[in-house]
Design a protein around this ligand. Sequence first.
Ligand code: UD1
Length: 429
Amino acid sequence: MRERVRVVGGARLVGEVPIVGAKNSALKLMAVALLAEGRTTLTNIPEIADVRIMAELLRRLGASVDYDPEAGVAVIDVPATIGHRADYELVRALRASISVLGPLVARVGRADVAIPGGDAIGSRGLDLHAAGLESLGAEVRVTHGYLVAKAPRGLRGAEIRLDFPSVGATENILMAAVLARGRTTIDNIAREPEIADIAEMLMSMGARITGVGTSCLVVDGVDTLQPTEHRVLPDRVAAGTWAFAAATTCGDIEVVGGVAEHLRSPLHSLAAAGCHVEGTARGFRVAAPDGAARPRAFDVATLPYPGFPTDLQPFALTYNAVAVGSAMVTENLFEARFRTVQELARLGADMQVDGHHVMTHGVPLLSGAPVESSDIRSGAALVIAGLVAEGYTLVSGVHHIDRGYPHFEVALRSLGADVTREPDEHWYE
Ligand code: UD1
């Protein structure tokens, strides 16, 4: 049964909210576990549907996965011999499954990974993943919808420079290079904190990596890695979501466990727009300008880390929809990531799309209506939009939100929102 969220407008979100482990790290760390025979334990795993899909993928590769969602712990036991095929059925449900490519080709000498579908936010090619593995000596081709990488005699170190700092390509090349013979340098890499998280876990397994946190990693390959225990880093996109939720609803939220350092660009913009942003002993706090006045609109241009994250762009649109003044939101990473705009327009937002820019003109209040989420972030952004809309808003496609936010409406209710989940009676297939 499909579900939707009913949001009653008019709440200021006030209180505190906890942040758990990052989806975009946890899924990759589960793939990292494949690199070592034995039992790896991951903690601070978020309770989201994607983790279950990744667990199933690892099981089909031969690992046993004991996942306790409430405790946030996954114990992954990897046998000496594992499979090499990730089927379309699972990969289509979870684009992050592409991250088994690097570990499998390094560990087994072969990977057949279905070409993913994933979020409806652009074409998201795999050319940099393939070119990186080819540089390491793998033979890569696309056949019958699968990316097939073969390196029967193992991988060898190489000098690699990415044309673009792709997160996924950086991760796959890194996860393959740790078991390659000799030295690999990977230059112009993505610097997202999740990549440092992967590198830290790999190092605790015995990998030799320098340059973590910079745009160039140097990896000296080792013969084998050992299983480890690793805690997933906090989810900066979830933390940023609550920062925007506070500002958009003229509220005041302490993001407990959030790392402000990972959100310098968005938090700086919110502070410059008049919001109070401060570090606390447990994380950070974002509050509307004094007197709960509407904050000012601001321009956003998404960029690779440490620039403004593309995953927070839908929240910047919702914020600007009700902020004072006009602003330009520019998307530089994914070409089709403006689906939120047409839904915000249904709520009465005044914004126009022009190529990869959106011009926004803030209005004091939106007007509740049924809307449809198209991906994780647009879904959450539309729920927040419903909070600043007169009347009530019905957000369908809740399964998207569940992929990124454990118990989203429970957290919203604890902050004072009137949000309920209900069957989506008018949903037909
Ligand atoms: C990851 C995140 C996603 C985030 C994105 C950018 C996960 C599961 N997802 O996605 O939430 O929005 O980083 O921060 O971690 N590209 C190519 N060729 C390639 C690889 C990428 O052209 O081989 C392009 C993509 O089409 C896209 C851009 O590069 O336009 C960024 O992609 P990338 O950084 O790889 O993002 P993902 O790893 O897919």
